[in-house]
Ligand binder design. Structure first.
Ligand code: ADP
Length: 320
């Protein structure tokens, strides 16, 4: 064997390994060797050898693994490149999130100042205002409120995305949070002549988590239920506790969502066209934020809906 071809096999290391098989009863296990052959060039071989029965014979298996090796090398390089690209994208994403956070912060202060001064003008702090001026100032005030709402939405989402939401966990009553949300939105619902049917639980629904964030999630979903329902409609809220989880479901008889759109709902900046969406203002960030906040607390959110009939959004969070 050592004399085959141009004596390529005559390797001292291989010789040593092969020659101790018989006297020392050793085996050669997956020994890799790369040799330079005439015509076919460099090849990598995998060698396995052992004694045949008890005879003074060695059975040597030679497998050409050159292609496998090249393939593995290529896959390894590709994997390294992909990891590099993923890290770069992650970094870009983080930079973008931080930029949004910084920009929203910077925008909030001047926008709040505009709000204060417009309000002072409408209140006559700089002298009497005519009816026409009041109307214009009202529009400015509304636009500015909308601007601040968008900034708040962007800030909230940027905080979630940069991992800057810190939970303040405590024991609280879910029923109370639902009532707080209802009170907060009462004027909006009244303005649309919509009613809320709340099947208030007899006892306290004790939950351990962050009550402020849960309140904001409930407000978000309840606000949507009203926004995407016609005037005069009824919204139903139910609370249940089972299997270590507390669920709050908010059911509306509104515009509903078609099946194909249900999966998209919880993405960022997603707004589904419906007969109310052109008049209803929104950023498409509320549900994404709600989903992420619930995830942070070990909970989830899901929806069932029938187009033109209505939707039920359910918030689920661990009770303990
Ligand atoms: P926004 O309300 O600001 O657009 P959301 O993230 O809260 O953003 O909601 C995303 C989209 O999901 C909305 O634009 C709307 O199309 C749809 N949606 C949310 N809640 C409801 C609902 N109760 N009924 C019908 N569609 C809804």
């Amino acid at each position: 064997m050592y004399e085959l071809g141009k004596n390529q096999w005559d390797s001292p290391k291989l010789k040593e390994l092969l020659e101790r098989i018989l006297p020392k009863k050793r085996i050669l296990n997956d020994y890799e060797i790369t040799l330079d052959f005439p015509v076919i060039g460099k090849k990598t071989m995998l060698l396995n050898a052992r004694q045949v029965d008890s005879k003074q014979l060695i059975l040597l298996a030679v497998e050409d693994i050159t292609e496998q090796k090249t393939l593995k090398l290529n896959t390894d390089t590709m994997t390294i490149n992909l990891i590099k690209q993923r890290n770069q994208l992650q970094q870009l994403n983080e930079t973008k999130d931080e930029f949004i956070m910084l920009a929203s912060h910077q925008l909030r202060t001047p926008a709040t100042a505009v709000r204060q001064y417009v309000w002072m003008l409408t209140q006559g702090y700089a002298g009497a205002v005519t009816k026409e001026q009041t109307e214009m100032l009202d529009i400015a005030y509304k636009s500015n409120t909308r601007q601040l709402d968008i900034i708040e939405d962007l800030l909230r989402v940027a905080k979630v995305d940069t991992g800057k939401v810190y939970l303040e966990k405590t024991s609280y009553d879910m029923g109370k949070q639902v009532e707080l949300a209802m009170n907060e939105l009462a004027i909006l619902f009244k303005g649309r002549d919509q009613t809320i049917k709340y099947n208030s639980p007899k006892e306290k629904i004790k939950v351990y988590g962050d009550p402020k964030l849960i309140l904001m999630v409930i407000e978000n979903i309840l606000d949507n239920a009203g926004k995407y329902s016609l005037d005069g409609e009824e919204i139903t809220i139910n609370i249940e506790q089972a299997d270590g989880y507390t669920t709050v479901s908010i059911k509306d008889n509104g515009v509903g969502i078609q099946k194909a759109d249900l999966k998209k709902l919880f993405g960022k900046f997603v707004r589904i066209d419906n007969k109310l969406s052109t008049n209803v203002k929104g950023t498409g960030l509320g549900l994404y934020w709600a989903k992420e906040i619930l995830k942070l607390q070990g909970g989830s959110i899901y929806v069932t809906s029938i187009l033109h009939k209505g939707s039920t959004f359910t918030i689920k969070t661990p009770s303990k």
